[in-house]
Design a protein around this ligand. Sequence first.
Ligand code: TRP
Length: 335
Amino acid sequence: MSTINNAPIVLTGDRPTGPLHLGHYAGSLQQRLRLQDEGYRCFVMIADMQAYTDNADNTAKIRNAIPQVVSDYLAIGLDPSRTTIFLQSAVPELAELTMLYMNFITVSRLERNPTIRDELKMREFERDIPSGFLCYPVSQAADITAFKATCVPVGDDQLPMIELAQEVARKINRAGGREILPTPKSLLSKVTRLPGIDGKAKASKSLGNAIFLSDSQKEVKDKVMAMYTDPNHIRVSDPGQVEGNVVFSYLDAFENDQEKVEDLKRRYRGGGLGDVTIKKELISSLERVMMPIRDQRAANDVDYKDIIRQGSKVAREAAVQTLAEVKDALGVFSI
Ligand code: TRP
């Protein structure tokens, strides 16, 4: 296994399209904290180049989101002295690797990628697909392999990307006749998808249905009070439905005392437990999660640019090395 000082290498990242929310926290941020605390060699990348592949006409959105994402990372407890936080565009070798890898991956292979297909539909690109967008899985293979990461914590929608990275690694190794790039493996997080507060399948910034890590106590309270529950649960005495009820999805994800959650579910199903009661329970569960994040954010007196500048310098050293090895494996001319 590829390691740095015997620690397995982890790489993951987020597109900076807005502040991070509880869905990120439940899905991947908590897991990163655990990996950081367990001593893995962690790289966390702000994937701005990937974000531009479908936001080229809205760079302001990405520009504004980058400091927010860094602020969120630090607020939840990522520690730049243990986790390298860096900016994708500040490591130009990633773009070079992408160009080289693109020659090994056919257009039809990219068009078959189920996540890309879903995203194309969602963005209504139809036939006007930016080539950068179609190729972002290749750039993601570059992100992963540049650091020789063996462990990639992701949600299940990212599995096709990991598969492609594995294929790229295989092809480069075959070309070089030796193992240059290790085979990356995905590490799926427990709760892969948290619903939006409106009951839609996914909490997202663009749908405006997420609770952000930077939300104030009042914002959290208002959002929980507006949460989608069971539309047929009219009177407190009515039996209520737990499945599809967003309050319970969030309680499942964030309340430590799962026995208590099971008890609430039982009483809700049986009738006699009101929505306001379960929402109040959820507000206090969320406050336990969010209070320390708020405190940490208030205590962080740092220059966000400086954090990513330093992290990107470290990341770049690794990527420069890998690019040289890949070029050598492929036998490309260099001066
Ligand atoms: N595609 C990921 C997302 O949308 C972000 C990402 C970019 C990423 N490069 C990566 C994740 C490499 C894991 C590994 O969230």
